[in-house]
Write a protein that binds this ligand. Sequence first.
Ligand code: ZN
Length: 270
Amino acid sequence: MIEKIFIFIFGSIVGSFLNVCIYRMPLAQSIIRPRSFCPHCKKTILWYDNIPLLSYIFLGGLCRFCKQRINIRYFIVELLTAVMFLLFYNRHGLSFSFFFYIIFICGLIVATFVDIQHRIIPDEISFGGIIVGFLLSAVKGLRLKPTTYNLKPLLNSFLGILIGGGIIYLTGILFDLVYFRLLKKPPIQGETESMGGGDVKLLAMIGAFLGWQKALVTFFLAPFFGALIGIINLLVKKDHTIPYGPFLSLAAFLSILWADKIINLIFFVR
Ligand SMILES: [Zn+2]
């Protein structure tokens, strides 16, 4: 029990750092310096007001100095990260798999919240994630006993990058061809591409970590969430552009948990 509390607290601290990444990466600011400050009054946040989860509750979601509302996102990201740490700790213990998935999930969390706010996915996350996912998959192939090397995770990751990125790229080209050329629809708000390049790189990153099969499951799963939110968004806000990164991220997370079951269900493999 005590180690689970520790993992949860550790997760919330990492979540606090992810908040800094979410705020600063799209603004091209350093994620190390300066120390955290209030976006309204620019005052440096005191260390005891910077305690993950607790400070937000004690301050009632308001800045100590200017009493402006602190974005609820800070609390949500800290809680979500802490819960993810606990979930993967329960699944894998303190193992290589735990760190492998946690690094991946942290990338998805940053990608999701930056995409919601700015409609972009930072290259540090997507492109950086492709490299990290590929390298970690290479490490996965190491077998200490007997001292052989298993090529499968590495190949799986390589194909994941190609197929994951490729399938979104091709879908985008096909969609644009039909929508703009054949149906001759006018571009939406000056946009000529339906799928952003960020989504291509994000699914390539997902493929780098999870391999090509789970990248495909993610690709086919994401539109269901996208369509659902898209309809709600259209009814409520009358806005027809929605960020796609969060749905890819959610689908990737569900693929980790259930992709094998989904693949078995589709192909009736027992
Ligand atoms: Zn303030």
